[in-house]
Design a protein around this ligand. Structure first.
Ligand code: ARG
Length: 268
């Protein structure tokens, strides 16, 4: 995670961002601190990447890259406003010697557009990451990638329209995807949780699930009820200031995934 010390909305690269609307950075910081401490309270370890002046969106650490097992691929951003985040995050990855690291050659916004579900990666294109990036990810991680197309600019990253629940299931908002992608998702995930419009437009799907606890917007009330009915423990959080940049819980969080093909280790 990256503390929003330099957070502001001073440009617009998605429909949520309006530079004319004031942002309360102190409130953003306290909402983000609550997210971080909530992860820790539920037993998760959080590493911090230092934010950099002039990179207001760096708080959205999910976009920094993709990490699976001992391999990490750092991002290459679509917009010039965020381009310098690529090398800034890459620098942080280099300090983690357990990673075999590369920098994406294709436009690749990390876990914003690439979500690991079991032994597959679901990947989006349409607004940010390219199809060529999907192929690069498949080669780099040696994992099958399923390409999906996003069609609604409010849901410009995959993680704004889909949440991974476990190795075999997801929650998602079908209207964010092209007809062909919707058909593919319906076939791959017949038991998926389908989010309502009301959940989707508060970026309720932009959450993190650890297999039981689901960290998500407290405004996604339908999704919270459905998750609870399905045996999950939803943990609602208010990230209203970060939503002004089009981000939520998942955007603020890069997950360090174990390799799904390796035996579970005895180590904690
Ligand atoms: N303002 C940022 C952008 O448009 C928000 C990024 C949100 N991150 C995410 N993983 N969806 O790029």
């Amino acid at each position: 995670m990256c503390r929003p010390d330099h957070f502001e909305v001073c440009y617009s690269i998605n429909p949520w961002m309006n530079p004319a609307e004031p942002v309360d950075r102190a409130l953003a910081l306290s909402q983000w601190e609550t997210l971080r401490s909530t992860f820790e309270k539920y037993g998760h370890h959080v590493d911090l990447v230092p934010g950099e002046p002039g990179l207001p969106d760096m708080v959205f650490a999910a976009n920094s890259g993709l990490v699976v097992g001992d391999r990490a691929l750092s991002a290459r951003f679509t917009h010039p406003e965020r381009a310098a985040e690529g090398p800034a995050y890459h620098q942080w990855f280099t300090q983690r010697e357990r990673f075999e690291l590369a920098c994406a050659q294709e436009i690749n916004e990390g876990e914003g557009d690439f979500l690991l579900v079991g032994e597959h990666i679901l990947a989006a294109t349409g607004f940010r990451s390219s199809l060529a990036a999907h192929r690069e990810v498949a080669r780099f991680f040696d994992l099958p990638v399923v390409s999906l197309e996003l069609v609604d600019p409010r849901f410009y990253h995959l993680d704004t329209a889909m949440m991974v629940l476990d190795d075999a299931n997801i929650a998602y908002f079908p209207p964010a995807f092209s007809a062909a992608s919707r058909a593919m998702l319906a076939e791959l995930y017949p038991d998926a949780i389908v989010a309502t419009d009301a959940d989707a437009v508060v970026l309720g799907l932009n959450g993190v699930c650890d297999g039981h606890n689901v960290f998500l917007s407290d405004k996604a009330t339908d999704l919270i009820a459905t998750l609870r009915a399905n045996g999950y423990n939803p943990v609602g959080l208010d990230l209203s200031e970060l939503l002004k940049a089009g981000g939520g819980v998942k955007c603020c969080t890069l997950e360090i995934h174990d390799d799904p093909r390796s035996e579970p280790s005895a180590a904690a």
